[in-house]
Design a protein. Structure first.
Ligand code: A2P
Length: 343
């Protein structure tokens, strides 16, 4: 089987580390591996398939003559902005985890279960963008329901884990909890989020925009339209919660006024959708939670119910591991489809 030389930019970060795990678990046909990060972690070792690899510093010339086929970027938007072009120039396809290229027309934005064909456009720019974590798990649930009934409007509130802010986000939650138990919460450091996250919820993720929404909320709106090739209305409220690494979403979906939602049918199409699992038995307190999803590659759906007042409205609860489904796993799934396309 043909092997592919793989670079990982952000190799020491939360998503980068998970990428190595997933590439190994999936037995991805990795030839040479090139882990890259900043000068801070250059020289550190990572282990892949029982072999040690040294992290190298990301520079403008590091891709030259390395024969990289696939470069995963997970080191922040400004790094992708500056360095992705060097990977592309060297002949690699860049699979970018940041928001930097997502809304550029010539760059496909891909959730492989939803719009795999868009990968074919990769040659226009050499880049395939990985959507925002909250968008990925939401469209996993929306796509089969849109195919079933035709969506008119989506209202979503998210409960997003600290992993969305990378390792420093998770570490800040842990540190603040330690400070709480040491009776030092008043003096705890607040850096990764606009407020203390321990024992709190914060209704702001990313920068405020003029329309009263945040940048994260508008990512969910704009990316959903681009991935699903739809123009139905989406309104999002994105909230940070003191959870380590799986995002939850409460989603209200409005279909056309003549639709009478069949909840059993909705559960069925969701359960049959690729990489989605339905756990929905309220009587026995069975529904997905962050503890259900963490360390798995599935998007879980539960609490599926028809609105009490309008038969064309469906409510549901969606949970997925932000680091895996919302980032690294989606990127690897894109790479797997890209390989199929190339052969
Ligand atoms: P480093 O560890 O050298 O700072 P996370 O999302 O978990 O915070 O991880 C961010 C990742 O992006 C890390 O691997 C980090 O490497 C990497 N990174 C940050 N700044 C740069 C940079 N200027 N050049 C290359 N990699 C960077």
């Amino acid at each position: 089987m043909k092997k592919y030389n793989v670079a990982v930019v952000g190799a020491s970060g939360a998503v980068g580390e998970e990428l190595f795990r997933i590439l190994e678990e999936q037995n991805f046909p990795v030839g040479n591996l090139l882990p890259l990060a900043s000068a801070r972690s250059a020289g550190e070792m990572i282990v892949f398939k029982n072999q040690e690899y040294k992290i190298e510093e990301l520079t403008e010339t590091v891709f030259e003559n390395r024969g990289i086929d696939i470069a995963f970027f997970s080191a922040g938007g400004s790094i992708s902005e500056k360095y992705a072009k060097y990977a592309v120039e060297s002949g690699a396809v860049v699979i970018d985890n940041t928001s930097h290229f997502r809304m550029i027309d010539s760059v496909p934005l891909v959730v492989p279960e939803v719009n795999p064909k868009d990968i074919e456009l990769w040659e226009d720019s050499g880049i395939i963008a990985n959507p925002n974590c909250s968008t990925i798990q939401m469209v996993h649930a929306l796509k089969p329901l849109h195919d079933l009934y035709g969506i008119k409007r989506v209202d979503v509130s998210t409960y997003q884990a600290t992993s969305g802010a990378g390792k420093k986000g998770m570490e800040e939650l842990v540190q603040q909890m330690q400070d709480f138990f040491a009776f030092k919460l008043d003096e705890t450091e607040v850096k990764a989020f606009p407020h203390r996250i321990a024992l709190n919820v914060i209704p702001q993720i990313d920068k405020p925009l003029e329309n009263g929404y945040t940048k994260e909320e508008m990512k969910m709106v704009n990316e959903t339209a681009k991935i699903m090739h739809t123009d139905f209305a989406v309104s999002a409220t994105c909230v940070r919660v003191p959870v380590l690494r799986s995002h939850s979403e409460s989603i209200t979906i409005t279909f056309g006024s003549d639709v009478v939602v069949d909840v059993q049918k909705a559960r069925e199409v969701l359960a049959n959708f690729e990489n989605v699992k339905v756990i929905d038995d309220l009587e026995n307190s069975q529904y997905p939670m962050p503890t259900t999803a963490t360390d798995t590659d599935f998007t879980y759906v539960g609490r599926v119910r028809r609105d009490n007042f309008a038969p064309n409205i469906l409510h549901l609860w969606v949970v997925a591991d932000q680091v895996r489904v919302g980032a690294a796993t989606n990127a690897v799934r894109i790479a797997q489809k890209w390989i199929k396309l190339e052969n």
